[in-house]
Design a protein around this ligand. Structure first.
Ligand SMILES: [Zn+2]
Ligand SMILES: [Zn+2]
Length: 266
């Protein structure tokens, strides 16, 4: 079996990721409009009808923008913890009860051939989770919004074959940028976002042969550039004498357009 991954959109303006096999798929977050999600999926020849579920990481708008419409129009069940559901649902947000699925943390659930496990990450939402999705002997881990990497998240990350990890801001750009001080402090706090340097040092610490694809995700529009995120990681790796093997690559996920599909073969 193949496990395919495609980032449809990644960044503070909207997040949506596709994981699928030959016949079915799931989405992680629906932070862009439902019509963009349908269009982007169509562009990569994926039918919306093949989507079995939407996994939700937290209640911030860049992760749930298209959720309500997508559920209403396509009747796809959505999965997240009880606490995150409480933070999403409001009198304004009408999501059909029969599409709401509550999931536990750190306990595997199955959706067709996909094994899914949610785990806690630290971020400034009522609750935020990362996901590990396994199928066909391959593991994908997604952590897009977190202020620091705790030991639990590190365990999931280390064993992944494909890793989607936040590299939100360039530390210097944020410091010298025009955001108000309180916002800068919020972003770089332990419950905010991961900076390029922070992510790079962590990746250098845990890098191992099983990691085939490192996808740097959720780049800030104002405080980062794809070049800076990549340079910082490459520089950190070279300082630690880490060289990528032929099966390993680093990829920067686009903010507004899908990346190429990555195919993990057992
Ligand atoms: Zn976000
Ligand atoms: Zn967030």
């Amino acid at each position: 079996m193949k496990l395919n991954f495609c980032s449809l959109s990644s960044g503070s303006s909207g997040n949506c990721y596709y994981i699928g096999n030959e016949s079915h798929g799931i989405l992680i977050d629906a932070g862009i409009s439902a019509s963009s999600i349908r269009k982007f999926l169509k562009n990569i020849s994926i039918s919306i009808d093949s989507i079995m579920g939407i996994l939700i990481t937290h209640n911030h708008i860049d992760h749930i923008r298209g959720l309500e419409v997508l559920i209403r129009k396509n009747h796809i069940p959505a999965f997240t913890t009880q606490k995150i559901w409480e933070s999403i649902l409001s009198p304004r947000k009408k999501i059909s009860r029969d599409c709401i699925r509550e999931i536990p943390q750190q306990k595997k659930i199955n959706l067709d051939n996909f094994e899914i496990e949610a785990f806690p990450v630290y971020h400034d939402a009522p609750e935020t989770i990362g996901f590990q999705i396994s199928a066909g002997g391959k593991k994908i881990t997604i952590v897009t919004d977190l202020g620091h990497i705790c030991q639990t998240a590190a365990l999931y990350i280390k064993e992944s074959n494909l890793l989607v990890i936040e590299s939100n801001y360039d530390e210097q750009m944020l410091e010298n940028g025009r955001y108000p001080y309180f916002l800068k402090e919020r972003i770089r706090s332990d419950n905010g976002h991961l900076g390029n340097h922070q992510t790079s040092v962590f990746l250098a610490d845990i890098f191992n042969d099983s990691i085939e694809h490192i996808c740097l995700a959720h780049l800030s529009k104002n405080n980062n550039t794809p070049e800076k995120a990549l340079e910082t990681l490459q520089k950190t790796f070279s300082e630690r004498d880490i060289t990528l093997k032929s099966h390993q690559q680093i990829l920067i996920l686009n903010r507004n357009i899908p990346n190429e599909m990555i195919r993990l073969v057992e």
